[in-house]
Design a protein around this ligand. Structure first.
Ligand SMILES: NC(=O)c1ccc[n+]([C@@H]2O[C@H](COP(=O)([O-])OP(=O)(O)OC[C@H]3O[C@@H](n4cnc5c(N)ncnc54)[C@H](O)[C@@H]3O)[C@@H](O)[C@H]2O)c1
Ligand SMILES: [Fe+2]
Length: 400
């Protein structure tokens, strides 16, 4: 039985509209002279890359890698790394959604420790500090700016694969909600429901005191603990209240600010407590259908919530309240069910598909999804109920 828990974050968080203006000071403080900015063509086009590089003009040399892509493949990671090796930066800036931030993380890792991205997939494979990394998110979703993970598409094995290590937490996270104003509707919705999934999976995870960790094994995810709960509860309420507005009215700065905060709080929660069955299922589903991580998670979320209800009625009843449901006079069981319905309503409102088939999945892929998801032990063991193969197939059939 575990009796202690820990909490880790980015080295420093700088939050608020206009926060990116502090970049020159941060670059000086970290004593960076050659900076590689890892981003993508859409952010160059949207003018966000210029906004950042203008701030670097009098601070030594910089180079832009704009080859990032959504749900980055290991191949793109190799390309970014080979350009980085040529340039020999002493620091990196990840600018973008989770995809670019993760690309910057793995590049900073390989620059520091050699080898190739595959060497670092899995848990705790990074032997020491990585090249100093500043992460500047332009979506409100993944929490990668504070998290200990980097996620990639393994095209050979048709699955998403992650690297997890506290060394992947950025030295500095600059969270400037202004940078999310240009986020297209679908990206806002998908990344926002990903953040909601992080918070719900953290709030309903297995308890830290009963976390099923075999002797001698180490896990970054530790199960539910009091600090994780504080962060997750707040994140759920903030995201529920503001996500529909941010989707409907992209220029609403107050909603964007709230979403940036909510997503970051959810990132702090899940990156210590854990994410579970939704994410385990999204890895093979996303790998096969190429849906966005957020759309896959959002679609799967209500089905997994329903499966998890029996062991976590009190928590789901609380989630219903946080989602704005009136649960007065209801039993925990009734209120818990309202949480699932509230997520279904939210999904519908923001345009998240309701069924696996809508993502392009084929019915005959279900056994493969179930087998692959069950194989991701580091996520499955965080789930409050441990599913059997036949329960997984049943869940996926219901979702199909
Ligand atoms: N590292 C982690 O802890 C973690 C957690 C969850 C998810 N992820 C990963 O993050 C990725 C998803 O990241 P995401 O949801 O942030 O989306 P994303 O980074 O994939 O971006 C999606 C698209 O939106 C564009 N975009 C982003 N911000 C924009 C802006 N402000 N204006 C205009 N266009 C913008 C991007 O250029 C891209 O084309 C997935 O690969 C997922 O697996 C990582
Ligand atoms: Fe996620």
């Amino acid at each position: 039985m575990r009796t202690t828990w820990t909490f880790s974050s980015a080295g420093q968080i700088i939050f608020g509209s206009g926060a990116v203006g502090q970049l020159p000071d941060i670059v000086s403080r970290l004593k960076l002279n050659r900076v590689l900015v890892v981003t993508d063509a859409r952010l160059v086009e949207a003018g966000l890359c210029d906004q950042v590089t203008t701030l670097l003009k009098d601070r030594g040399t910089f180079k832009i890698f704009a080859g990032g892509e959504p749900e980055p493949s290991l191949r793109v990671a190799e390309t970014c790394i080979s350009e980085a090796r040529e340039f020999r930066p002493d620091g990196l800036i990840g600018l973008g959604g989770g995809s670019n931030l993760d690309l910057a993380k793995i590049t900073a890792t390989v620059l520091a420790h050699g080898g190739s991205p595959r060497d670092y997939l899995g848990e705790d494979k990074i032997p020491g500090p990585i090249v100093p990394l500043i992460c500047i998110p332009t979506t409100s979703g993944t929490g990668s700016e504070v998290s200990a993970s980097g996620v990639f598409t393994d095209e050979e094995n048709h699955i998403k694969a992650g690297a997890m290590s506290n060394y992947l937490r950025p030295a500095v996270a600059i969270v400037d909600p202004n940078l999310t104003l240009s986020c297209p509707r679908k990206v806002t919705a998908d990344s926002g429901i990903d953040a909601m999934t992080h918070a719900i999976e953290a709030f309903t995870a297995v308890d830290n005191s009963t976390f099923p960790l075999p002797p001698g094994e180490h896990s970054l995810y530790q199960g539910r603990h009091p600090l994780g709960d504080c962060l997750a509860e707040k994140a759920i309420a903030i995201i529920a209240k503001n996500l529909p507005t941010a989707v409907e009215n992209p220029q609403d700065l107050a909603a964007r600010e709230a979403m940036s905060l909510g997503a970051m709080l959810a990132g702090l929660a899940f990156s210590n407590v854990g994410v579970a069955l939704v994410h385990a299922l999204e890895y093979p589903v996303g790998g096969a259908t190429h849906c966005s991580h957020g759309a896959g998670n959002g679609m799967l979320l209500p089905y997994v919530m329903r499966y998890n209800l029996p062991g976590r009625e009190r928590e789901f009843a609380r989630i219903a309240q946080l989602l704005g449901e009136d649960t007065a006079g209801m039993s925990d069981k009734q209120a818990a069910e309202r949480a699932v319905v509230a997520i279904e309503k939210l999904n519908k409102k923001i345009g998240i598909p309701a069924r696996l088939r809508d993502l392009g999945a084929k019915r005959e892929q279900i056994p493969e999804f179930a087998t692959k998801a069950l194989g991701i032990t580091r996520l499955i063991r965080v789930n409050p109920r441990v599913p059997t193969m036949s329960e997984m197939v049943e869940l996926l059939e219901a979702a199909y």
